[in-house]
Design a protein around this ligand. Sequence first.
Ligand SMILES: C[S@@+](CC[C@H](N)C(=O)[O-])C[C@H]1O[C@@H](n2cnc3c(N)ncnc32)[C@H](O)[C@@H]1O
Length: 261
Amino acid sequence: MESQYVKKHMAWLNLFTGMHYGARYLKNRWSEFLPAENFEFVEKVSKLLFASVNETCTNKRALDLGCCVGGITFNLAAKFEEVIGIDCCKGFIEFCEELKKNGKATIYSTEEGDLDEEMMAEIPESIDRSMCSFILGDVQALPSDIGMFGCVVISNVIGRLEDPMKVLRSLPELLDDYGICVIASPHNPSEDFTPKENWLGGFLNKDGQTMKASQTIKDILSEKMELIQSVEIPFVLQYQAREIGFIISEVQAWVKSPQKS
Ligand SMILES: C[S@@+](CC[C@H](N)C(=O)[O-])C[C@H]1O[C@@H](n2cnc3c(N)ncnc32)[C@H](O)[C@@H]1O
């Protein structure tokens, strides 16, 4: 199944570049209704991740699965020595490469219909962009030589895959002992992305039990890892200036436990 992201990426480029890099332009306009902190998802996830790092882990490689336009990937370079972002959408990867090369890129926020507002995505000077590399690929079929990591992030992606369980089960296998995994999801399954028989939650099972993705993720990851913390982090997607989606992701941070391997 070709991802909807590949089909619709041009329409979504503005949404995600705005979310990852547009906060300083977008956050004040509606602050009366929508507190500015809702525009800081990428920063908050990065902060939670850095706070979760277990220094016992000597592996300083990080992997951002479904990196989109690279906001979290570039942030990871502040703490890790090598960061790989992987996404199935060519347009998003090309945007990441442009930012890596130039440190900045023009982005657009849709004001109204065909009217755009120009903004600038900028990577802080303090970030060594050369540590980041980007791969056009499918997180459900990672390159066999991708190696092991000290950190794996999968943010707002698991519920947008054809086979989320396969990727969920692969997460501990990508980590060295004491490596961390941060998984964010608004748990909003959709048949546009995932055949219903592959949903992680959002249905009654054959015994009539309520299945929820949050618990399924915990059941699977706890086989090999320990949950460090789970928090709610909201974000906004600005479709047009006056049409704004408000989404709340559950963000779980896990550490790979040597006792469970
Ligand atoms: C909702 S966006 C999330 C982006 C970013 N991680 C964040 O939290 O803002 C989902 C991303 O996953 C990517 N994606 C979806 N299915 C994928 C797959 N099978 N392999 C790689 N990337 C995928 C999409 O192209 C898109 O960039």
